[in-house]
Design a protein around this ligand. Structure first.
Ligand SMILES: [Ca+2]
Ligand SMILES: [Ca+2]
Ligand SMILES: [Ca+2]
Ligand SMILES: [Ca+2]
Length: 328
């Protein structure tokens, strides 16, 4: 589905050095992301990165954007066929998020609108066609005094959905991810919560998309029952049975805890409930995890990038056939 994760994997330029440019821009835009995102991309992908031709992109607008960036997403927000760069910011004097429109030729022009006039402490954005009207909408997570915001797109013009249950100071969290966990054709939202930090005092939160512009928060089940230092959720069908399962990266320097893994029971029971997985390395290792990326290959395919203050050896597990139902 067209969320930020998929967008980030896509090409913003069709030329040969696209992959290098993508990473270079990500590094420029998000190098201060809690000291995490960009540094981690290098550390965890060092072996692969060395074999590619990475070329820095000289973008004046991106270079001029000096702030505390907490996340970046490649997204074609204006629907002109190329990927633009959205940078989430917070915790500094210049708190407005930034959108850089891809004008081709390595030119990224900073543009402005409601999504870049927030002045809030934001952490993450996740993009998807929330209302199935053909354009990408955005959820931007926030914390402290501001909370989060849902932005809806009309032909590439993003505006705040102030009436949404996803907008407001009561919706505080860190990492966020759209995923249609009940396979009803409408993307739902998972919000990780760093409980006890900067105004966040809840367990993780899951919002079901009702398909009519409204959302209903799921108030029961293991996914929303375990407050902790949770950073970022990732949806992936890791057991290959056709429904989206959930990984939530956990940990905080000085307060480490195991990550959370949940197997979707939709295919087994015809009801989209979750069963927590409590065995296996991904569910039991105690590290400061930030983000986990899933990639399916024929052998080994999973690594995590983590911890701003320490060096971590990427972990991996063997995946993933429906029959084996690894890694439970
Ligand atoms: Ca574009
Ligand atoms: Ca839309
Ligand atoms: Ca759904
Ligand atoms: Ca599954």
């Amino acid at each position: 589905m067209p969320n930020a994760t998929h967008a980030a994997r896509a090409h913003f330029d069709s030329r040969a050095r696209t992959s290098g440019l993508r990473l270079a821009l990500l590094l420029v835009a998000a190098r201060r992301a809690f000291g995490v995102s960009c540094a981690l991309a290098i550390a965890c992908g060092a072996g692969r990165a060395a074999a590619q031709d990475f070329v820095p992109v000289a973008s004046p607008d991106i270079a001029a954007h000096v702030t505390f960036a907490t996340g970046a997403a490649w997204v074609d927000f204006d629907h002109d066929g190329d990927l633009d760069l959205f940078v989430v910011t917070g915790f500094s004097a210049n708190n407005n998020n930034a959108m850089f429109r891809n004008d081709g030729g390595d030119t990224f022009t900073r543009v402005f609108g409601p999504i870049t006039s927030d002045g809030a402490e934001n952490v993450c954005s996740s993009w998807a066609d929330v209302d199935n009207d053909g354009d990408l909408d955005a959820f931007v997570s926030g914390l402290d005094l501001d909370g989060s915001t849902l932005y809806r797109s009309a032909g590439g013009s993003l505006s705040i959905d102030g009436a949404s249950a996803l907008t407001g100071v009561a919706v505080k969290g860190t990492g966020c991810a759209w995923g249609d966990y009940d396979s009803d054709g409408h993307v739902d939202l998972m919000l990780a919560v760093l409980n006890g930090v900067l105004g966040m005092n809840t367990a993780d939160r899951l919002f079901h998309n009702n398909g009519n512009g409204t959302f209903t928060e799921i108030m029961s089940g293991p996914v929303v029952a375990s407050p902790g230092f949770h950073h970022h959720p990732t949806w992936a069908d890791f057991d290959g049975d056709g429904d989206l399962d959930l990984f939530v990266a956990s940990g905080l320097v000085g307060s480490l805890g195991p990550d959370k893994m949940y197997r979707n029971q939709l295919m087994e029971t015809a009801t989209a409930t979750f069963a927590e997985i409590t065995t296996g390395v991904l569910a039991t290792d105690v590290r400061d995890s930030q983000v986990l990326s899933w990639a399916i290959t024929t052998t080994t395919a999973i690594s995590t990038c983590t911890s701003p203050a320490t060096t971590r050896t990427p972990i991996s597990i063997t995946v993933t056939t429906a029959a084996a139902r690894s890694p439970a």
